[in-house]
Design a protein around this ligand. Sequence first.
Ligand code: FES
Ligand code: FES
Length: 202
Amino acid sequence: MLPRSAFRRLPMPPPAPPSRHAIRLRVNGTPHELEVESWTALLDLLRDHLDLTGTKKGCDHGQCGACTVLVDGVRVLSCLSLAVMHDGREVTTVEGLAHGDQLHPLQEAFMQHDAFQCGYCTPGQLCSAVGLASEGHAKSLDDVRELMSGNLCRCGAYAQIAQAVAQVVLGPGPHASEVARSAWIAGTTVNARGARAGEEPA
Ligand code: FES
Ligand code: FES
C-alpha cells in the first residue's frame, strides 16, 4: 500500500464562469439590452433585474398563473419561461397595461366588479384576460371561466373576475343575471340576491 504522501493533490481547475447571454427586450415599450444567465426565468428578469414587481411569483411551478405576462401579445407563464428565449420580443406586464392615467378597460372592469381581495393574483389575471381577449375564443361566460381557469385566486373572487372579463370581452350584456347563479354554483355563502347557500335562488 502506498503511503499517503505518495498522493499529490492535483490543482483544481478554476470554476467556469456562468454562461451569460446578451439579449434585447422591449418591456412595456422601453428597449432594454441585458446580460442574463441561461437559466434566468423571465419572471426573475422582470422582478429582479428590471424592478417590475407587479408580476407576482406564486407557485414558481407553472400552476397558479400569478406570473402571467404577455410576450408579443400572447399570454405566457413567466416562471416557466427562460429570458433568453425571448430575445427581440415585446413583453407587456401589468405595469404596461394603463396609458398614463388611463386604465386599461379590464382594469376599470375589475374595479367596477370588485374582482379582487388581496390583489396578489390580479396582475396575472389582468394579463391573462388581455391575452384571452385577443385570442377571440371566448363566446360566453362559461368560455371565459374555462379560458381563465389557469389563473388561480386564493381569495375566491372567481365570480367577479369572470364577470369583469366577460364585460370587456363579450360586451355588456346578460352576464349580470348570471352572477347570482355562478356565485350560487360556486357555493359561496351568500349569492348576489342575499340568499344563503342551500336555498334556491329567488
Ligand atoms: S408563479 Fe408561475 S404559474 Fe405560479
Ligand atoms: S384576490 Fe387574493 S388571490 Fe386573488
